[in-house]
Design a protein around this ligand. Structure first.
Ligand code: PFF
Length: 449
């Protein structure tokens, strides 16, 4: 049977940008910028995207494009043996583990859309809103319900396949996402005191930059560009032959970064407008912002659109991560795609509900908290700190040092029309700079550097 491909350039780009733009842009990026000094963090982040993100993204897309299969199969097709399939296996494992917590947070975004529509935040104090978040998270059924709804939504899109599911929905959801971000950015300009937020966001105080900030920015660039999980590899395998991969990588990275920066332009004017601490950490989106919405004129509409934005961004990302699972199981076990989808989704339901449960304080100790760390956090830590950088490192080492330069040159320059000069720069980064940076990140994450 002929393997599916994306049918149009726009559809392909929408799907890949959809994978990249997710909770990482709207939830994680603003709070990281808030914690790490605002504007200076953005500059470091931009450099990381340029010097590490783009070469890594191009490498991952290229491997999928050349290998025409899921991560494991693609490496087997390329090398003729199973030695480098570890790249695909890591991606498969990573995509499984990342979904454990990603679906849970994605589910929260739906609850918050619901609460916004019901007007639950209006006029409430910060204390009530904080308590409201905990009551929800620790509830016996609501967080599970929303997680299940999110998994089902993702599965429904994927059921229709690559072209009629992923591509079709990305073409609708991504433009919608851009319209919502733009609307919120403009709205934020008119908030009282918004200038303070911009001042913080564009304050390039380089004294705040240290090794930890650089590592945080590097890790975030990788997470945000969906690298090291096989997602960009599987999308690369659906890209039509002859598509300019270098240009596509630059476009994906630019649009992804644009949304992250714009998310900050929504969040910080709002936060400063009400004199709230911008360095609130992960709770920025689920506690701090609702507190702002509660006091803001027009907060009702603003909050509905904000959480809708979060949900849409999360959905186009979960689609790409679950696709890694479905395609890998279907192709490697020669299983019908729909059967694979049902199987994977049911397993995911169980794992995600366990992750959600692991956050609840239980008298006598929660069974899913190990050495003081919840299963939810374990999933986040393993993927962000180990699998993402390790997967990226292996991909770049393989392409830079084990794959023939002439073959890569043929694919990128002759077949997909990347310019000679760009190829040279890319190849230099691929061989030397990116692996060294990644190694540093990896060792630092493990506390060895
Ligand atoms: N890039 C997504 C985000 O910023 O939320 C997260 C993600 C998606 C990571 C797909 C990894 C992945 F394979």
């Amino acid at each position: 049977m002929k393997r599916s491909t994306f049918s149009s350039k726009f559809g392909m780009l929408a799907a890949a940008v959809g994978s990249a733009v997710g909770l990482g842009n709207i939830w994680k990026f603003p709070y990281l910028a808030g914690e790490n000094g605002g504007g200076a963090f953005i500059i470091v982040y931009l450099l990381c995207v340029l010097f590490l993100g783009v070469p890594a993204l191009l490498s991952e897309l290229s491997l999928g494009y050349i290998g025409r299969s899921n991560g494991i199969g693609a490496m087997r097709n390329i090398t003729g043996n199973n030695r480098w399939s570890i790249i695909g296996i890591l991606g498969f494992l990573g995509s499984f583990i990342i979904l454990g917590f990603y679906f849970v947070v994605a589910g929260w975004s739906l609850e918050f859309v619901y609460q916004s529509v019901m007007g639950s935040f209006i006029g409430q104090s910060g204390e009530v809103i904080t308590q409201n978040f905990d009551t929800f998270r620790f509830d016996t059924w609501r967080p599970y319900l929303w997680t299940v709804v999110f998994i089902v939504l993702t599965a429904v899109v994927l059921y229709a396949g690559v072209e009629k599911g992923i591509e079709k929905w990305s073409k609708v959801l991504m433009p919608m996402l851009f319209v919502i971000v733009a609307y919120l950015c403009v709205y934020a300009i008119f908030l009282p005191n918004s200038g303070e937020g911009y001042k913080f966001y564009f304050d390039f105080d380089f004294s705040k930059i240290n090794a930890d900030v650089v590592i945080a920015a590097l890790g975030q660039a990788f997470f945000s560009l969906s690298l090291g999980m096989g997602a960009m590899m599987i999308y690369g395998s659906y890209i039509e032959k002859g598509t300019n991969l270098a240009k596509t990588s630059i476009q994906i990275a630019s649009l992804d970064t644009l949304v992250a920066v714009l998310a900050g332009l929504v969040v910080f004017p709002a936060v400063f407008s009400f004199g709230i601490d911008p360095a609130a950490g992960p709770q920025l989106v689920f506690i701090t912002l609702p507190t702002v919405f509660a006091q803001m004129t027009g907060g009702y509409i603003f909050s509905i659109f904000f959480f809708l934005l979060l949900a849409v961004a999360a959905l186009t990302s979960t689609i790409s991560i679950l696709e890694v699972q479905i395609a890998t199981v279907a192709e490697e076990f020669k299983m019908n795609r729909k059967l694979s989808l049902v199987l994977v989704s049911v397993i995911m339901l169980v794992v995600c509900c366990m992750c959600s449960y692991s956050l609840i304080p239980v008298e006598g100790g929660n069974e899913l908290v190990f050495f003081g760390v919840s299963l939810f956090d374990i999933c986040d830590i393993i993927t962000s700190y180990i699998i993402l950088p390790l997967g990226g490192l292996l991909i770049m080492l393989f392409l830079g040092w084990f794959y023939k330069k002439e073959d890569l040159h043929y694919v990128l320059v002759v077949e997909t029309k990347c310019s000679e000069g760009l190829f040279k720069v890319y190849y230099f980064f691929l061989r030397f700079i990116a692996p060294l940076l990644l190694l540093a990140v990896f060792l630092q994450q493990l506390g060895l550097f």
